[in-house]
Design a protein around this ligand. Structure first.
Ligand SMILES: NC(=O)c1ccc[n+]([C@@H]2O[C@H](COP(=O)([O-])OP(=O)(O)OC[C@H]3O[C@@H](n4cnc5c(N)ncnc54)[C@H](OP(=O)(O)O)[C@@H]3O)[C@@H](O)[C@H]2O)c1
Length: 279
């Protein structure tokens, strides 16, 4: 892809598999110091050495289970202790559990990992992003956001959980969050964009039934193709200064009509602040 990120530091959640791993590999190839957030230390180390072995920028890992707000706080602290700057934050990690599961904070798992972790980690790193400006935040969403409707009473799926329907909702939340974040970051030199990587064969389908897993493996694009628009938003000079946009295959696209509801985005922001307050 030929990007030049020498002297830049990038942090990628979910960096040890799927789209996150391929993103990290490309950013490192472009010369960035690349920090992978992985929940499993051994897998993190395997990913780190696979990327570092190919040459490119320095590669490091930080361990964190993003389902735990305490661990996200520790992650942000550790990142700041070890790295002086942050030019690109890629919120990418996501999960689709087969059954409704609660985190140690008492929150539904997808809501916690796919949305609140994006929100909390970004908030904790905003000072270092602003100090490193120009800087970029890239939130990985999905075209499936178009299937979702934001019902504030359903964020924790208390009245019936359907894995993919709830996943689509969390991907709509990624878009609301990005648009509101971009509004709040105006004039800071930090941009915030979101995207769909497209249907990609990855670990995301591990809890799907055998037919869906087969379809994903057979018809999904490879993870390096899935990472293409993520890397584009993280690194390309073409999107320097672009903010508050959603991309698909490197093109800016409109999202679902309700994703432009700024009042809903502000309400989601306030609720997310409340749910991520230290207790
Ligand atoms: N694949 C697709 O078709 C598709 C389509 C549209 C959007 N997306 C989006 O693309 C992004 C990447 O997904 P992917 O397809 O690459 O799936 P993936 O292979 O399953 O990667 C997801 C990553 O998130 C990590 N993760 C999940 N829960 C975590 C937790 N509690 N703490 C820390 N890390 C956690 C996983 O770590 P472990 O390996 O330890 O589980 C994994 O590295 C997601 O935001 C997804 O919504 C994917």
């Amino acid at each position: 892809m030929g990007y030049d990120l020498k002297g830049k530091t990038c942090l990628i959640t979910g960096g040890c598999g799927g789209i996150g791993f391929e993103t990290a590999r490309e950013l490192s190839r472009a010369g960035a110091t690349t920090v992978l957030v992985c929940r499993d230390k051994a897998r993190g180390e395997a990913a780190r050495s696979a990327i570092a072995g190919a040459g490119g920028g320095r590669v490091e890992t930080l361990a964190c289970d993003l389902a735990s707000q305490k661990k996200i706080r520790a992650l942000a602290k550790e990142f700041k202790r070890r790295f002086g700057a942050l030019h690109v934050l890629v919120n990418n990690a996501a999960a689709v559990p087969a059954r409704r599961t609660l985190t140690e904070d008492g929150l539904e798992m997808q809501f916690a990992v796919n949305h609140l972790a994006y929100f909390l980690l970004t908030g904790l790193l905003l000072d270092v992003l602003k100090a490193s400006a120009p800087a970029r935040i890239v939130n990985v969403s999905s075209g499936l956001h178009r299937r979702a409707h934001l019902d504030f009473g359903g964020l924790q799926a208390e009245k019936g959980y359907k894995g993919m329907a709830h996943y689509s909702l969390t991907k709509l939340l990624n878009i609301h969050f990005t648009y509101e974040l971009a509004r709040r970051l105006e004039g800071t030199g930090v941009t915030a964009n979101t995207l769909s990587p497209g249907f990609t064969a990855s670990g995301l389908g591990r809890n799907f039934g055998p037919v869906s897993r087969f379809v994903m493996k057979r018809f999904g694009r490879t993870a390096d193709k899935g990472a293409d628009t993520v890397v584009y938003l993280a690194a390309s000079p073409e999107v320097e200064g672009v903010t508050g946009a959603y991309f698909n295959k490197r093109n800016a696209e409109r999202t679902s009509p309700e994703s432009y509801d700024a009042a809903a985005a502000a309400r989601l922001w306030a609720l997310s602040e409340d749910l991520t307050r230290p207790r």
